[in-house]
Structures are given as C-alpha cells and as structure tokens.
Write a protein that binds this ligand. Structure first.
Ligand code: DGL
Length: 270
C-alpha cells in the first residue's frame, strides 16, 4: 500500500467532519478524501437494510478514489453495517465505535457508562457489546437522543431549546449515576457544553471523534502508512451527494474552516 495515498472518511452527512477536524489536528500531514451523504441523511432512524446499502455505496465510492484506508465516521453506519461491508473489501477500515468504547473503558472508575446516539446506533447495541467485550463488569446505559442531530446542524450549541431537550433526554442517565458518557454520534461533540452542563461536571464525556483520530494515528504507525510530506502541502477533497452550497455553510460550523472545493457525485451509481 502506498502511504502517500489519502485517507477516506465517510459519514451520512456533515457530522463526520468532527472526525476530519480531529484527523487534521492529530495528523496534519495526511490528505483526506471525505464523502458526506447529505442527500440521504439522516441514517440514524433508517432500517438496517437501507443503512447497509448506503454504507456499501459510500465505501465503493471511496475505494474508487484510491484511498489507503477507510474511516466510517458515522456512528450509525459503523454500528449497523461496517462489519459486513469490511468483510467484502480487501482494505482496512476503522469505525468510531471501538475507539469510543475503548476510551470509555479506560476512563470509567465506577464501571457505570452511558451511551447516547441515534436510534440505529442504540438499537444495534454495538457500543455495549464492544465495551463488555473489553470489560464485562461494566454496566452500560444506552439512550437514543435523535433531536440532538438537527440542533447541532442548526447551530444550537448554546441555546435554551437545546438545554431543555437535553434535560428531558438525559434525566434517565442522571438517575443511574454514570461517571462516563460516550457521545456516540458524529454531531454530539458540537453540543458538548449543553450535554456537560446537564449531565453534570462529575461525568466525563468521551468524544468518539478524538478517540477515532487517535486510533487512526496508531493504525498508520503500526502499518507504516504515515504520509511523507516534506513540502508541508496538503490536498483534501470533499464530495457530497447533494447541493454543495449548504454543505459548505454547515461544514464551516463543524470544521471551523471554510471549504470551497466541494464536488457533488451521484452516489446511486456505486
Ligand atoms: N452521522 C450519524 C451518526 O453518527 C448522525 C446523523 C444521521 O443520523 O445520519 O450516527
């Protein structure tokens, strides 16, 4: 495998840019090809079959871009479909579930961990399974928080409505006295302030984007796949399945920088 190839990262939409932002921070020499399935987002409340079909197409598209390996930045795709799709390819893939689960296991002191995510991610039980495989004494409490996705996309990072919804959702997790909470959805890191305030300062939040980028770094080190970047120049590419204009606006919020070179592709061809 040529280490100078880019890393492929995909998500159901813009949310995976939280993982891209962490990859940029932790691995500044790497090039990234991002695919955001904005035209078919959200995946979180769809059936397993559809999530599998979409994930297959996302991965097929990235393979066509000749990437060196693939990151499933979408928690829903990673939880529901990645294992199946990874078995169909001869390229390595990393999802966000294992890194997030590992970080939670390393963090919890009381052995009581909360997971929040989309309906698809929570229904799959992927996080509890991954955590209990590492430590079967840990008690895991899962909760779907579907309204957090549109709140993050609308920029409701510090709005009254977000606090009210978070109060409503997170009460059940406060009642069971967790000490660690996994943000098991690409969008939730944007609502960190709201979630931390509502769940309480004594609960440690696990941002799966940070944990995943760390795992990517370890993978590249282990596989000898760090990109040579003597000139310090990068070339990232962004592809979407619907109108790039909106993507660029929301992307600014997620990535904290402007991206102009957004290309629209017909993902149904893959
Ligand atoms: N990217 C999805 C996830 O991390 C959230 C948005 C969606 O439902 O598609 O689960």
């Amino acid at each position: 495998m040529d280490s100078n190839k880019p890393i492929g990262i995909f998500d159901s939409g813009v949310g995976g840019l939280t993982v891209v932002a962490e990859v940029f921070r932790q691995l500044p020499d790497e090039n990234v090809v991002y695919f955001g399935d904005v035209g078919r987002t959200p995946y979180g409340n769809r059936s397993k079959d559809i999530i599998l079909q979409f994930t297959r197409q996302d991965v097929a598209f990235l393979r066509d871009q000749d990437v060196k390996f693939i990151v499933a930045a979408c928690n829903t795709a990673a939880a529901v479909a990645m294992e199946t799709v990874a078995a169909e390819h001869d390229i390595d893939m990393i999802g966000v579930i294992e890194p997030g689960a590992k970080a939670a296991v390393e963090t919890t002191k009381t052995g009581r961990v909360g997971i929040i995510g989309t309906q698809g991610t929570i229904a799959s039980d992927a996080y509890p399974k991954a955590i209990q495989k590492m430590d079967d004494k840990i008690k895991v409490f899962s909760l779907a928080c579907p309204l957090f996705v549109p709140l993050a996309e609308e920029g409701y990072q510090d709005r009254k409505a977000s606090y009210m919804i978070a109060e409503d959702y997170l009460q059940s997790l406060r009642d069971v006295h967790i000490d660690t909470l996994v943000l098991g959805c690409t969008h939730y890191p944007l609502l960190k302030k709201v979630i931390q305030t509502v769940i309480g300062e004594n609960v440690t939040l696990i941002d799966s984007a940070t944990a995943t980028a760390r795992e990517v770094r370890q993978y590249l080190a282990k596989s000898g796949l760090f990109r040579d970047n003597p000139t310090g120049v990068n070339s990232h590419k962004y592809y979407v399945s619907d109108v790039p204009d909106k993507f660029a606006t929301v992307a600014l919020r997620f990535l904290g920088r402007r991206i102009d070179n957004v290309i629209r592709v017909d993902i149904t061809k893959y």
